[in-house]
Design a protein around this ligand. Structure first.
Ligand code: NAD
Length: 451
């Protein structure tokens, strides 16, 4: 079945992609099972060399991959370049792993116990459309480093850069079947990866609703699963903060990637006594966000990914009375939506549901305890920011907010050298950081009798 891939900035057809069916998925798994044995048997240094070779190949193709993402996902060109470069960086970071995945030796009665970190086998990586390349590589690189084979299923709307990544890996000399990119539908290829007994682990990034289903499917096979799911992160601004800086950076914290970011700070909580001043500073910053042609170097925010997604985002803002102010966006073809700031009551659905578009709610709070309670009043717990000049408060609030990734006086969320993941319904498990490859191994202990 061939599916048309649409450029979200002008609604033209970029490519047609053949989607895999269940039989093709089973065939890919069978090839991966064979390839994984040989991959795991390679000397660790040889696996590391392969990862570095793929990184070099990707780096040489950053402009091509970036152009492809601009056309497929509507990401601004500067951002798209950074995403492609991140693939090379993450591969190089985990290239250090194969030679360092050591077990241990444990003295026990009657002998010694040695442990081995054995690769778990074939891993299914199911990725979303919002950051196709970076999110794919967060699963792919540590899994390959650990000696696993990977089947990557990109999202239906954005498969092009993942397909190209698979080709580049082969061109760089990665043996066939070690990394397979399998475009297809979630309810066909995705579900089959989840149910296939030879796929020994699932790394899923996507919505909480689909994640729940994936987890249930994995339970059928007692299959380990990492879930990176939705968010509704709080950006907490205290009265003692550098308000100018907090307001100037708040639009980037939520509107980057058109708000299609699991870590988007989509709830701005402001200490009530500085709310008016903060809004005064925020309004020009929001109006200044450059929304437009993603091919332009000066564009900060592109279109939403698809018509259906824009409809969903727009459906949240059906009541104009809660709109405080808006930025601008192009008219005509393309799935455009302007940066939008809402002042809703605390119980409004825009305060609690993930909109995943350029829409932010601003809510006042009374004091530190109220701020923490408000931040935690969510089924999600992925990210968040805390703006204050008081170091003690920054520490207290960081400990109090139930979220996996926080930043103080910054909106930084993801660094490949630090662990990333969510609390509550934002997910299970951590990706990235030095320990990520261990999640793709089984620990085996072997007792050696000394008599
Ligand atoms: P989605 O859940 O619709 O789809 C994600 C992936 O799952 C796609 O590849 C899809 O084809 C596949 N899929 C769909 N149904 C499936 C099924 N039954 N079995 C197996 N796979 C299936 O999510 P999306 O709309 O692509 O992405 C947006 C969501 O992802 C948002 O909620 C966002 O917060 C979340 N997200 C989370 C993180 C994180 O790291 N926590 C990062 C990015 C995006």
């Amino acid at each position: 079945m061939s599916t048309a891939i649409i450029n979200p900035a002008d609604e033209t057809v970029v490519a047609h992609v053949e989607f895999a069916d269940r039989e093709a998925t089973d065939a890919a798994v069978a090839r991966a099972v064979v390839a994984q044995r040989a991959w795991a048997a390679l000397a660790p240094a040889a696996r590391a060399a392969h990862l570095r070779a793929i990184a070099d190949m990707v780096e040489a193709h950053v402009p091509e991959l970036a152009d492809l993402e601009v056309a497929n996902a509507g990401h601004p060109i500067g951002q798209a370049r950074g995403e492609a470069q991140a693939v090379a960086d993450v591969l190089r970071y985990y290239a250090a792993t194969p030679e360092r995945l050591t077990g241990s030796q444990i003295p026990v009665a009657g002998g010694w116990d040695v442990t081995f970190c054995e690769p778990i086998g074939v891993v299914g990586v199911i990725s979303p459309w919002n950051f196709p390349l970076p999110i794919a590589i967060w699963g792919v690189a540590p899994a390959l480093a650990a000696g696993c084979a990977v089947i990557l299923k990109p999202a239906e709307w954005t498969p092009l850069t993942s397909i190209r990544l698979g080709e580049l890996a082969r061109e760089a000399g990665l043996p066939e079947g070690v990394l397979t990119v399998l475009p297809g539908r979630g309810d066909v290829v995705g579900e089959r990866l989840v149910s296939h007994p030879e796929v020994r682990k699932i790394v899923f990034t996507g919505s909480t609703a689909t994640g729940r289903r994936v987890m249930a499917g994995c339970a059928e096979n007692i299959k380990p699963v990492t879930l990176e799911l939705g968010g509704k992160s709080a950006n907490i601004v205290f009265a003692d903060a550098d308000l100018e800086l907090a307001a100037a950076s708040a639009p980037g914290g939520v509107f980057d990637n058109a708000g299609q970011d699991c870590c988007a700070r989509s709830r701005i909580l402001v200490e009530a006594r500085v709310l008016d001043r903060f809004l005064e500073l925020l309004e020009p910053a929001v109006r200044a966000v450059a929304v437009g042609d993603p091919r332009s170097e000066t564009t900060e925010v592109g279109p939403l990914v698809a018509a259906a997604h824009r409809e969903r985002v727009a459906s949240f803002v059906d009541d104009e009375s809660i709109v405080a102010f808006r930025g601008t966006c192009p008219e005509g073809p393309g799935f455009w939506y302007p940066p939008t700031v809402l002042l809703p009551p605390r119980e409004h659905r825009t305060v609690h549901e993930e909109i995943f578009g350029p829409v932010v709610v601003v809510l006042p709070f009374e004091d530190e305890a109220d701020a923490v309670a408000l931040a935690n009043d969510s089924i999600f717990g992925l990210s968040g920011s805390i703006w204050t000049r008081d170091v003690g408060r920054a520490l207290r609030v960081s400990r109090g907010v139930q979220a996996g990734n926080l930043s103080v006086n910054s909106h930084s969320s993801v660094r490949f050298s630090t662990p990333f993941g969510g609390y509550k319904q934002s997910g299970i498990g951590r990706e990235l950081g030095p320990d990520a490859p261990y999640a793709f191994t089984e620990t085996k202990n072997v007792f050696l009798a000394d008599s």
